[in-house]
Design a protein around this ligand. Structure first.
Ligand code: ADP
Ligand code: MG
Length: 679
């Protein structure tokens, strides 16, 4: 940024300490911030109404002539009303202005003005209170800004106009000329002028296009740089890609998506920069096989692989799965968790150190100091324990900067994933293996509850299992079925004689595991749970998922819950119970009936509820955007990414003179936001 734009706004001629203070409240401190304080919306004065045609009870611009003297009414101390009539010579409207002597003095009888406000029916005569009043001449589209007390839209506009006139020479383009040409973008100076003071509607579009592009472009530059920065070289660069062999030995044909994901990751691991990849795929998309193929590849290249799960029971499950997948590969699979008996632990640790064991499955216990590896090449982990700084360095210390594969079962629209997981490369499994039994989904109100119980019992009697999910743990909100109370009631009443378990987030980890174990072993037939089952253990025998107060959940969460069933050879059913009357709630639940594709659901969720839910889930540490909207500006986001890659290919560190301003812009955007979140 050019130095003069960093001038504190209180030094702008004519602004004064007091007004500067009000701008500080809006977070605006220097000229640059002032000129980037973009209008929230616009008031288009070119679309005017006569008194006769003007709509009632909605904002409009009235073009009318002052038809009476202006009378002054002192209501009480500090409150003066000015009243007068305006006309289009057919009809009149009574206008009231509050405390604005300046305007009252300026208005002349017989002259025509624009009045922007809302007309109300009034008693006998239509009225308009506190309109914005403009001269007929002059700018037709006026900017409306976020305001603060003592600083209205007009004062802000005026200050920005002054600043623009004084400092426009400093508005130098940070976008290289060739990018501007290629994407048909106006100059920075034009954009700033016209975002604030458009003459035509089209000016706003042109200015916005440029400013949104710039913001997303700078964002992408920063993200791409983050991905490659601070990564010491890996000692686990592989030379041979023998993944095809492993894939062909699997008991099934890998999907195209699985093959593609394996290739992408192998490509990463051939490089000297450690892989940092997210494998994203809906439940059942076959992430385990992809991870296994990659473990096999590094092992065949002479390295060790570690596969980490968030809980012991999941680690055990992965262990059994991987044992099957590695049959015939010549690799032995080992398991290390907190409950591995001491003697075995000792042996396993020794063999990890000597390199005798090449594939280890486990929990976080694998990261402990006492666990040493001979040549760790790859770590596979779940999204749930995304590495923080400490863990990542613990991990790098285990080997010579091993490769990292993070698996996630939360489908996120691809462009959002790009941003949320800014520091990771992303592979997507967007294909579900063939031959799955589709899960039947119903959406009913609570009057069906008894019939649902009967339906569940029928399946339990056949030896199957089921889940009932309630939104909250504690009694409190009387509408909601509290899991604790509900499970007790069910086990005494509707499900007396059945083994009913309870699982909720406030239970101790050990107790949760214990319950999950009993359910997985078939000792419990029905599990009453909160959303903690969302990311749970695979129980193929569970075929029914009932979700109470379904309207309380996000679509992606419902999808995740539904994914707990439909994992075995039996037909599965998901029943959403909701008494919500609202149209939006109904629409959302209908979507669940229509599709079982997690990406489609995520996309719809995004459209219905905005990106907040996706961003809210984690401390992502992303910069705040001033003008771009990740949701509606996705196309521009993609263009910006392409352009950013092009620039960085040519100048990875942005040290060329032509990119100097860009480099600064990236640094400014990422200043305080990203550092913590991305390490
Ligand atoms: P997730 O992505 O949810 O972790 P899994 O890896 O557990 O999925 O796979 C789900 C099931 O699908 C497993 O039983 C697995 O053996 C099976 N599977 C994986 N890939 C294929 C495929 N290409 N064809 C058929 N079945 C597959
Ligand atoms: Mg899995």
């Amino acid at each position: 940024m050019v130095q003069v734009l960093k001038t504190d706004i209180r030094y702008i001629k004519g602004i004064g300490e007091k007004r500067a203070g009000l701008f500080y409240k809006l977070g605006v401190h220097d000229v640059d911030a002032l000129l980037s304080f973009f209008p929230r919306t616009y008031q288009d004065l070119s679309n005017t109404y006569s008194v006769t045609e003007a709509p009632v009870n909605e904002p409009c611009v009235l073009k009318a002539t002052v038809a009476s003297r202006i009378t002054e009414h002192r209501i009480r101390k500090g409150m003066v009303l000015y009243k007068f009539t305006v006309t289009d010579s057919l009809n009149d409207i009574a206008v009231t202005v509050f405390n604005n002597k300046y305007i009252a003095d300026k208005l002349k009888m017989g002259e025509e003005y624009l009045f922007y406000g809302k007309i109300t029916p009034g008693f006998g005569k239509k009225e308009m209170s506190a309109p914005l009043i403009e001269m007929i001449e002059g700018q037709r589209i006026r900017p409306i800004y976020r305001q603060t007390e003592g600083l209205n839209a007009r004062a802000i506009e005026k200050t920005i106009k002054t600043a623009f006139q004084l400092y426009q020479e400093g508005l130098i383009d940070c976008l290289p000329e060739h990018i501007r040409k290629a994407y048909h973008l106006c100059s920075y100076r034009f954009a700033i002028e016209h975002i604030h003071f458009p003459v035509l509607q089209n000016d706003i579009e042109i200015a916005r296009k440029r400013l949104i592009f710039e913001e997303l472009f700078v964002l992408q530059l920063g993200l791409i740089q983050l991905k490659s920065r601070n990564r010491s070289l890996t000692g686990a660069t592989i030379t041979e890609d023998n993944s095809d062999g492993f894939l062909s030995r699997l008991p099934f044909h890998p999907t195209g998506a699985q093959k593609r994901a394996v290739k992408e990751a192998v490509q990463d691991m051939k490089s000297e920069i450690p892989m940092n990849r997210l494998l994203q795929g809906d439940v059942g998309s076959g992430k385990t096989a992809v991870a296994a193929a990659l473990c096999d590849t590094v092992i065949k290249n002479g390295f060790q692989a570690a596969f980490m799960a968030p809980t012991e029971i999941l680690a055990e499950q992965h262990y059994h799965t991987l044992k099957k997948l590695f049959q015939g590969s010549g690799t032995a699979v080992h398991l290390l968790t907190g409950s591995t008996i001491a003697r075995d632990k000792k042996v396993i640790k020794e063999q990890l150190k000597t390199g005798e064991i090449s594939l280890i499955i486990g929990t976080h216990a694998l990261l402990e100091d006492s666990v040493e590896f001979h040549r760790l090449g790859l770590v596979v982990t779940d999204e749930q324990h995304r590495f923080g700084v400490a863990q990542r360095s613990a991990l790098s210390g285990k080997g010579d900067n091993p490769h990292l594969l993070v698996m996630s079962a939360t489908p996120i629209p691809r462009t959002l994933a790009l941003i949320i997981y800014g520091d990771l490369d992303v592979s997507v499994l967007d294909e579900i293996p063939p031959g799955r039994q589709p899960i039947e989904t119903y959406y009913v109100d609570s009057s069906f509850r008894n019939r649902i119980y009967t339906f569940i019992k029928k399946h339990l009697d056949e030896g199957r299992q089921g889940y009932i999910v309630c939104p909250l743990v504690e009694e409190g909100d009387t509408e909601l079925k509290a899991a604790e109370e509900y499970s007790r009631q069910l086990s005494q009443d509707a499900f007396a004689g059945y083994q009913v378990g309870l699982l909720h987030g406030k239970m101790k980890g050990k107790d949760k595991e214990q319950t999950m174990r009993r359910f997985a072993a078939g000792e419990l037939s029905l599990l009453v749970a909160t959303t903690v089952v969302e990311a749970g253990v695979d129980v193929p025998n569970a075929v029914i998922m009932v979700i109470e107060n379904a309207e309380r959940f996000g679509l992606s969460q419902l999808h995740q819950l539904r994914g707990r069933v439909g994992r075995g050879q039996h037909k599965s059913t998901c029943i959403l119970i909701s008494d919500a009357k609202g149209e939006e709630a109904r629409q959302r639940l209908e979507i669940m009936k229509e599709t079982t594709d997690g990406f489609v659901i995520a996309e719809k969720d995004l459209n219905l509820r905005g990106p907040g839910d996706f961003f809210g889930k984690r401390q992502h540490g992303l910069p705040l955007l001033k003008i771009a909207n990740i949701l509606t500006d996705m196309d521009t986001l993609k263009q910006a990414e392409t352009a950013a890659k092009e620039i960085l290919n040519d100048d990875p560190l942005l040290i060329k003179d032509e990119n100097r301003l860009l480099k600064e812009a990236v640094e400014t955007l990422f200043q305080d936001s990203v550092q913590q979140g991305f390490n």
